[in-house]
Design a protein around this ligand. Sequence first.
Ligand SMILES: [Zn+2]
Length: 472
Amino acid sequence: MARPTSRFVCQGCGEAFLRWEGQCRNCGAWNSLVETVVRDTPRTARARGPVGDGTAPIALSDIGESDLPRLATAIGELDRVLGGGLVPGSLVLVGGEPGIGKSTLLLQAAAGLGRPVLYATGEESAAQVRIRAGRLGLLDAPAGAAIEVLAEHDIGRIVEVGRTMRPALVVVDSIQTATVDELDGAAGSVGQVREATVRLMEFAKGEGIAVVLVGHVTKDGSIAGPKTMEHLVDAVVSIEGERYAALRLVRAAKNRFGSTDEVGVFEMAGSGLLEVSDPARAFLAEHPEPAPGSVVAPTMEGSRPLLVEVQALVAPAGYGTPARKASGIDPNRLGLLVAVLGRRAGIGLGSHDVYANLAGGLTVGEPGLDLPLALALASSLRDRPLAARSVAIGEVGLLGELRSVTGLERRLREAARLGFEVALVPRPGRGGASVEAPGLRVIEVATLREAVEAALTEHPRPHGEALPAMLG
Ligand SMILES: [Zn+2]
């Protein structure tokens, strides 16, 4: 039996307490506890797994992959990120900043499914969803007729319609506008978002229907609402990019049914999000001439090589602490590289403001970005560009030593395919073999100092063969 009880839920971290306190004992936030009426959720519904509720054990070898059917959305890049399509009975959270294209992508996916879809919208009216579908050219397609739009924010009503209609997919746009009747809190509050997510999870698992939630992210990149929401769902898919730029990167931050390594690349056009035909080059900015402070890096996102442009700007600082600003790059890494450049490579940036970002609004966390970032900083300070059609990749250690990256050959082959001619890479350690790529001159360097010299020195050193300069 459902038994309503009152709890004080922290709006910061989602922790629940029995009585009100001025400060949350879990996260330390002040005045963050809000009284919320919670219903004890039946344990049985929670415990039931997504792949079946049988209790008899099955030999691991007897479980076929076909036990996990997939609903393909007909959007190859999205299916790739999901691990082959949506899994019936799964709960997927699609996050991104407002205006990034979440509703657009999901409406396209819903139409591509070619199966009945319930599209519950609390953000827009049914008429607005129709206008969007018309703009995306989804109204004439026969598949479009299978989408039922429900302008509703009450989760109880959405679940009720879902149980009657039995669609293949339920989209809830968005979880921040969803409300649960029994709760006092406003839509978007921690208590509401968490309870709405729990109810939708019970619905998804109980009915074997895939449910996709739209979630807005806050400025710091986390999904607005309790952290617990990300633990409840089976997969978290994020859409990244700059709102006013065309490219979008779709990535799985969590996926119980597939890898979290794969990324999908889209371009926002008038007719919706289009798959990019050559993702490897999508994030490369086009420059007629090489520019100081710009270095192209062959990065890897999952099994997919992506060439990205690292941009740095170094300028003499005014009074006070010099600025260290990074976008799309770990700011701690930037600070560390500034220190290593100063101590190990003779590139002193202590009295300079330093700005660094990745072209195209991309975010890359891999350590191989160290060397291109360090070279971009050195290039900007010296006001000298790297050689045209060159790339650099490698991790930088605290002693200024360079370490290789995984999948180097894959990366270099992709760079060569896209017309790059020179690559600056870490010298392989003991037991490591040099990597070659057709059409690419590979320059191996052991330290950051050597890398800076090779990349930015105009005239080759006397022993040019040992350390060939990239310019000359
Ligand atoms: Zn808290």
